[in-house]
Design a protein around this ligand. Structure first.
Ligand code: ADP
Ligand code: ADP
Length: 226
């Protein structure tokens, strides 16, 4: 099933910058797609259009046949950025519970789901901790848990591990793959500058060429998952 459809999608920012143009891509369900391409080629802009943070100025985009704004409202899309934006005065469990709180989910159900995702990222023991007690890797895990708590079908990650040291990055890569492999319907879109990371993680690789008028292509990577 096609999850995201982009047809001649483009974005010109209000200041006149042509960030992307003519992106044609059908993203099938269940893939782990890494987006690579030189800095400034428009990767983040494409992600912002998928999440509805920026509106497309050209072409069409659909997520499960809906507009990005509607898909986001229904918690079908979640995203994780490099700067994890946890609320410092809230405990880990209350940061992770936030998206459910906004949806009006009952407290009991919220903490059931929080326990589930904290377990998934190996942080069950940090429930009552504050951000200042966490290492960089742990903060990123909390962000991932918070993104997963609404059971989104599509997870977007923009350079999530860019600020982490090599060892921490490798363990997070492995954990993320495990989480993705546990759910055959889950689709992950991942931006990285690190080609080794892209090759290690992706089931498909999306290559964006520099400059406006670019067309992105999806290549299959047989990463040989165990
Ligand atoms: P990438 O993620 O591949 O580095 P971006 O999507 O961040 O690329 O940026 C694509 C182009 O759009 C760049 O030229 C960048 O300077 C420009 N750009 C990004 N955000 C804005 C904005 N809010 N206003 C104007 N130009 C922007
Ligand atoms: P990670 O791989 O998650 O980044 P680290 O190797 O940085 O983990 O940290 C290992 C352990 O040290 C963590 O599980 C945590 O219990 C503890 N730790 C790291 N940083 C802090 C901190 N700032 N305050 C308290 N404990 C910490």
């Amino acid at each position: 099933e096609v999850l995201v459809k982009m047809n001649r999608l483009g974005k010109v920012y209000p200041n006149g910058t042509v960030a992307v143009r003519n992106v044609n891509m059908d993203i099938p369900e269940g893939e782990f797609i890494c987006f690579v391409g030189p800095s400034g080629c428009g990767k983040s802009t494409v992600f912002k259009m998928i999440t509805g943070l920026e509106e497309a100025t050209e072409g069409e985009i659909e997520i499960f046949g809906k507009s990005p704004a509607n898909a986001r409202k229904e918690n079908e899309v979640a995203f994780v950025f490099q700067d994890h934006t946890l609320l410092p005065w809230r405990k880990v469990k209350d940061n992770v519970a936030l998206p459910l709180e906004l949806k009006g989910v009952s407290k009991e159900k919220r903490y059931e789901e929080v326990d589930r995702v904290l377990e998934l990222v190996g942080l069950a023991h940090t429930k009552d901790m504050l951000q200042r007690e966490l290492s960089g890797g742990m903060k990123m895990r909390v962000s991932i848990a918070r993104a997963l708590v609404t059971r989104p079908k599509l997870l977007l990650m923009d350079e999530p591990f860019g600020a982490l040291d090599e060892i921490t990055r490798q363990s997070l890569q492995q954990e993320l793959l495990k989480i993705w492999q546990q759910d055959p319907k889950m689709t992950v879109l991942f931006i990285t500058h690190n080609v080794f990371e892209a090759v290690y993680l992706s089931s498909k690789l999306a290559v964006m060429t520099p400059g406006p008028g670019k067309v992105s292509s999806i290549l299959d990577i047989d990463a040989g998952y165990p």
